[in-house]
Every structure is written in structure tokens, then in C-alpha cells.
Design a protein around this ligand. Structure first.
Ligand code: NAG
Ligand code: NAG
Length: 342
């Protein structure tokens, strides 16, 4: 535990350095944009990586732009994950996590990520992560492969793991579902900094005995959201990437759940729309394109703000944002106590 923590701190500070260097590099990208568009891309070896990169930058020079659709590879994969002896999963959990979040993943496995928590319901959990920052890539990659040998629940996708690439992560996770797990009934996109109550989600919101709802998506719904135009804000949206002054209604990123048939339709339209880095907003844009709206969840069941732990309150909700792994481990034994009547 202690060694892991020290490693985490070391990695953390190294990533800061990498981030700073990255930003400096990024700031030089716009100056590359004004290449005359009439200039031809190099013709020799047209399939080489460098010439494709060249085309990509000429076409989409904005540093927040995402390359999608694109055939990102699955570097750590479990093609048979959904074909286990327990049968097709009712719920596929795609947990968005960073390569260095070893401790966080461990806490989630021991708490809400437990696949056998809801009796009689098949849940399948995968942690989706990208490529580690270059500086520690090799060491971290070795650790990740070791972790995966032990738990068999990592899905590593072939692009840099950054906050700005989260949309790619979610879409690639859904592509994995389309390719290897289309028999799942529902798919949950969830972040790691949450408390989740899978029993309530399955029994009260999704209801296994109810017929499947093909166009279903729910979570905390933001209505009439507006793009943030203050430069430097975490969720800043440059007008050149999204010019309208409203976003369509969308489900908040910490956690939302949809039927897998809707996930497939979202993927289809996602390939035709311009992807933006705010993944929850982008899913909303896809819904709008499909002429659909999120379905309201039972009131106060997806909380986007922190709420102090209370057994009886937490039994009647799905998700609470802003929970750290240590807190999860701390409250979990109490949360599982079956002999309290609320
Ligand atoms: C998952 O839950 C089951 C059933 O409650 C329990 O037996 C098992 O120990 C849990 N697994 C982990 C890793 O906590
Ligand atoms: C997203 O990943 C690509 C591919 O690894 C990387 O080149 C790019 O810098 C990342 N984009 C952002 C905005 O972080």
C-alpha cells in the first residue's frame, strides 16, 4: 500500500511536468495551421504515419479537436468477457479510469464494482483506460499488464489518456460493447470518483423483469445548459468548436446508463457529428440528432453534488458524485449491512 502510494506520488509529479511540456507543445500547434491549403501533402509513402499526421493537423488544427472516427486499437482486451458461464450481462459497467489509478480501481473492485453484488443479475465490469504519459509509459504498462493478469478487467485503448480525450474513451468503450458485448441489455458509463448503488440501479431504475426499453438513457439531466465561454475554465468551449449558445439536454458525466441498442445508435450518429471533448454534452448532441431525449430518473437518485453518507438515504439512490476510494472502503461494510430497517 505504502509503496503504491509513493509510486503514485512520483508518477503524479512526473505527469505534471509532462503536462506542462505538453501544453507548451500544444500552443505551437496553431502556428502550424496556416500552411497554404493548396500545398499538397507529401506523396512519397502516402500511408506513413507522419504524412497522415500532417493531413490531420492541416484539416483540424485546434488543440481541443478529437480524431474521431478512427480505428483506435484495443491494447489490453477481453473479447470473451461477456460470454462467461453466467450468460449475457444485464448490465455492462464501463468505468472510466486513468492508467495510474491502481489504488482507485482496487477500491472499486471491492465496493460498487463487485460483479456479483446483485443476486441473480449478471453484471460485467471493465475499466477503460488509455495510454500512460510517455515519461513513465514502460513502467506503468508493465504494472497494468500485471494488474490485468490478476483481475482480467482492463480495457486499454490506443490513445493518450487525457481529460480532453475522455469523449474518445467513452466512444471507444461503446465500440467495444458493439463488437464484443452487444448481448448486454444496458451499459453504464461511470467515473471513478463516485459512490454507486448497483442494487438500486438494477432493481428500481432498470428493472430486469420489465421489457427492454430500446431508446432509454437516464442519469442526472441537465436542462437548457449553456456553453462556458470563459477561457481557462475546465469546461471552456471555444466558439469555433461549438458555436450555438445552448447545449441540448444531457445526462451528467459522473454516471449515466442506457440501453445497448441506444448505445449502438449513438455510435452511428457520433461518427457523422463533430466530436467535442465534453463527453456528456456530446452524448446529448447525439441524442438530439436522433430526435431523442433522456428519460428522467426517479427524483434525487443521481446526485451531482456531494452528500454525507447515510445508510438509509444511500440505499434509495443510484449515485453520489465526489467520493474518494478511501471513503468508499470506509462506508462499504456499513452499506452492506442487511439487518437495518430503514
Ligand atoms: C463481492 O460480493 C460477493 C457477494 O456479496 C462477496 O462474496 C465477494 O467477497 C465480493 N467480492 C469482493 C472482491 O469484494
Ligand atoms: C488524444 O490522444 C491523441 C492520440 O494519442 C493525442 O495525440 C492527443 O494529444 C490527445 N488529445 C488531447 C486533447 O489530449
Amino acid at each position: 500500500m505504502r509503496r503504491q502510494l509513493i509510486l503514485k506520488v512520483l508518477l503524479g509529479s512526473a505527469f505534471m511536468v509532462v503536462l506542462l511540456v505538453d501544453q507548451q507543445q500544444n500552443s505551437s500547434i496553431p502556428s502550424m495551421a496556416p500552411w497554404p491549403s493548396s500545398q499538397k501533402t507529401p506523396t512519397e509513402d502516402p500511408l506513413s504515419l507522419s504524412s497522415r499526421k500532417f493531413e490531420w493537423w492541416v484539416q483540424t488544427p485546434h488543440p481541443l479537436d478529437l480524431r474521431y472516427p478512427y480505428p483506435y486499437p484495443f491494447l489490453i482486451n477481453h473479447p470473451d468477457k461477456c460470454e462467461g458461464p453466467r450468460g449475457a450481462p444485464f448490465l455492462l459497467m464501463l468505468v472510466m479510469t486513468r492508467p495510474q489509478d491502481v489504488v482507485v480501481r482496487q477500491a472499486i473492485r471491492q465496493t460498487w464494482g463487485n460483479e456479483t453484488l446483485v443476486p441473480g443479475v449478471v453484471i460485467c465490469r471493465l475499466f477503460v483506460l488509455g495510454l500512460p504519459q510517455p515519461l513513465f509509459a514502460q513502467e506503468l504498462q508493465t504494472l497494468l499488464e500485471e494488474e490485468d493478469r490478476e483481475y482480467g478487467d482492463l480495457l486499454q485503448v490506443g490513445f493518450l489518456d487525457t481529460y480532453r480525450n475522455l469523449t474518445l474513451k467513452v466512444l471507444t468503450g461503446l465500440e467495444w460493447m458493439a463488437q464484443y458485448c452487444h448481448t448486454a441489455h444496458y451499459v453504464l458509463k461511470v467515473d471513478t470518483d463516485v459512490f454507486l448503488n448497483p442494487s438500486f440501479l438494477v432493481q428500481q431504475v432498470l428493472q430486469p423483469n420489465r421489457p427492454l426499453q430500446p431508446n432509454f438513457i437516464t442519469g442526472h439531466i441537465y436542462r437548457n445548459p449553456v456553453p462556458l465561454r470563459t477561457q481557462g475554465h475546465k469546461w471552456y468551449m471555444p466558439p469555433e468548436l461549438y458555436s450555438q449558445n445552448k447545449y441540448p439536454a444531457y445526462c451528467g458525466g459522473p454516471g449515466y446508463v442506457m440501453s445497448s441498442s441506444l448505445a449502438l445508435r449513438i455510435l452511428t450518429v457520433a461518427k457523422r457529428l463533430k466530436a467535442i471533448y465534453l463527453e456528456d454534452v456530446f452524448v446529448g448532441l447525439c441524442l438530439k440528432q436522433l430526435g431523442l431525449k433522456p428519460t428522467p430518473a426517479p427524483p434525487n437518485t443521481f446526485l451531482m453534488f456531494r452528500k454525507k453518507y447515510d445508510l438509509c438515504a444511500f440505499r434509495r439512490l443510484v449515485l453520489v458524485h465526489h467520493f474518494q476510494p478511501q471513503e468508499l472502503l470506509q462506508i462499504w461494510p456499513d452499506f452492506l449491512t442487511a439487518n437495518t430497517t430503514c
